[in-house]
Write a protein that binds this ligand. Structure first.
Ligand code: FMN
Length: 183
């Protein structure tokens, strides 16, 4: 069809990512794509935190702190510590909802989600891989505090970014199962 459609149709999430991550210029292009997400009333509710290098280790320690009130095994603690090291770069996508009579919080969360998707497509186009993750860490107060997120703010996703070690398989869905035409 065309290159952009082919790229979107063949994009896959990559759970295993290694160095290199996008360089500074590439990262700016990726973030610029996030800024072009559709956004009702142009509220710009998104905030992006780019985590690399020693800050990935720090984030691992923050994840460990979330387990302190639970009686968890050393294995679980090490799992939390190593989570951020599954990629050389993580972009933490945050929604800080703006009070607006016409635009509810759910629409603002969707705008940030659209920003993440724009970034995933840009990342693939540059030959890198990514995966959008959430899980318990996305909702934990300790993690939210680490990124100075307000009480009403949300982590919409941790976008893990790097170079895929292999291309995961692509599942192609049958349109007929999900689409009904009303002619
Ligand atoms: C909001 C959201 C949260 C997600 N959280 C996780 C997660 O925590 N862990 C995970 O392995 N995949 C998670 N996924 C799914 C992956 O990002 C990915 O979409 C899925 O593995 C399917 O792969 P594909 O994108 O190649 O079709 C999440 C997706 C979305 C949209």
């Amino acid at each position: 069809m065309n290159n952009i459609i082919d790229l979107i149709k063949t994009r896959v999430s990559c759970p295993k990512l290694q160095a290199p991550a996008p360089n500074k210029l590439e990262l700016e292009e990726i973030l610029a794509c996030a800024m072009r997400a559709p956004d009702h009333a142009r509220l710009k509710p998104w905030r992006y935190h780019v985590v690399t290098g020693a800050s990935l280790d720090n984030l691992g320690e923050v994840f460990v702190q979330t387990q302190q009130e639970n009686m968890v095994s050393q294995v679980k603690i090490e799992k939390c510590r190593n989570m951020p090291k599954r990629a050389p770069m993580i972009i933490v996508a945050v929604c800080e909802p703006v009070d607006n009579l016409k635009v509810p919080k759910v629409e603002q969360l969707l705008a940030v989600g659209a920003g993440i998707q724009n970034m995933q497509i840009a990342i693939s186009s540059l030959g890198y891989g990514s995966i959008w993750r959430t899980g318990d860490m996305a909702h934990h107060q300790i993690v939210k505090k680490h990124f100075n997120i307000s009480q009403n703010g949300e982590i919409v996703g941790f976008l893990y970014i790097g170079t895929p070690d292999k291309q995961p398989s692509l599942s192609v869905l049958n349109l007929k199962e999900y689409v009904k035409h009303w002619d």
